[in-house]
Design a protein around this ligand. Structure first.
Ligand SMILES: [Mg+2]
Length: 326
């Protein structure tokens, strides 16, 4: 079985490059010193994010193809959070020489397939030797008509979240324990995030969302970013947080993992009261469920309350690469 060290950087590239077809924005595709793309009518959104073996996943948690797919999808989620339309991406790979060449082709194919499904072209990349596997994707998107950030939530706005929360964190917990049990759907959510591109675009372009973020590090932590940047507080009604059937069956509805577990890649947005009716009217166009889970308040920081309005104290708010335990 060939290892990357056997075929080398240029052996890999000579087999990959012919598989990368140009897209509508491509002027010069991969294989030159730079790619060239046509400028868009609107501003561009740019984001970059890496998946690192041993940090984001352990060996055996993801297939090579899933690593590729996920490295694209987590970036697409950031674009969704600002309502953008993904256009082109760059891929940087760090790979140990012992890595099987076949797996690297599968990884690359995973990126290209996920990109293509989001109408995105891979226009360039880089391959470097590394002690452990990492994949970094830079994604460029066309901005929507208006720009929505984390900075314009106002007191009285409702807080909404798409999909369900806590599944990916449950999946990771099971992968760590080596007991998959009934949690295979939760593990699938960890392996294959569902970036809410359609919902994000609609929530921004319609004017419904006043502030938005994707939930990547945990609900309380990510809502905390909106609060800090908008200089407001927030109340989450824990019993309204949407949970999947799998989550309810495995952990029970009272479990707090959904409040702080990471990697949901759902959208969290605030909606002014005057726009709530429009959100209700357009709910079916979002392509995913959306649930009101609380309200922006005066003050600072995120409070979580139960169905009786009692304050819950949380041990964790979410994931931090440099202060969270492994
Ligand atoms: Mg984000």
């Amino acid at each position: 079985l060939a290892r990357l060290g056997d075929i080398g950087e240029f052996g890999f590239l000579s087999r990959i490059l012919p598989r990368l077809s140009p897209g509508p924005d491509t002027v010069v595709g991969p294989g030159q010193d730079c790619a060239a793309i046509r400028a868009a009518r609107r501003p561009l959104l740019l984001t970059v994010d890496a998946l690192v073996e041993g940090v984001h996943f352990k060996p055996g948690w993801l297939s090579a193809r899933q690593i590729g797919r996920k490295s694209f999808l987590v970036n697409a989620s950031d674009i969704a959070a600002m309502g953008g339309r993904p256009r082109v991406c760059l891929v940087s790979l760090g790979v140990p020489p012992s890595f099987p060449a076949r797996d690297l082709f599968a990884l690359q194919a995973g990126i290209v397939a996920a990109a293509r499904a989001a109408k995105t072209t891979v226009v360039g990349g880089n391959l470097t030797r590394s002690a452990q596997l990492w994949v970094s994707v830079t994604l460029v998107a066309e901005a929507p008509k208006r720009i929505v950030t984390r900075q314009a939530a106002r007191r009285g706005d409702r807080i909404y979240v798409t999909g369900t929360l806590g599944d990916a964190a449950l999946g990771v917990r099971r992968l760590r324990a080596g007991r998959l049990g009934r949690a295979s759907r939760a593990i699938a959510r960890f392996r294959e995030p569902l970036p809410r591109l359609r919902a994000g675009r609609l929530l921004v372009e319609s004017g419904i969302a006043s502030a938005m973020i994707d939930v990547s590090d945990g609900l309380v932590q990510d809502l905390g970013h909106i609060c800090a940047e908008s200089r407001v507080g927030a109340r989450i009604d824990a019993h309204r947080v949407p949970l999947s059937k799998t989550y309810r069956a495995v952990l029970g509805a009272g479990d707090r993992l959904a409040l702080h577990g990471g990697e949901d890649y759902e959208l969290l947005c605030t909606v002014a009261e005057r726009n709530v009716a429009q959100l209700e009217r357009r709910r079916s166009q979002l392509g995913c469920p959306i649930t009101c889970i609380g309200e922006i308040t005066a003050g600072r920081g995120v409070r979580v309350v139960d169905a009786r309005g009692e304050l819950l104290t949380l041990r964790s708010k979410g994931h931090d690469h440099f202060s969270s335990p492994d």
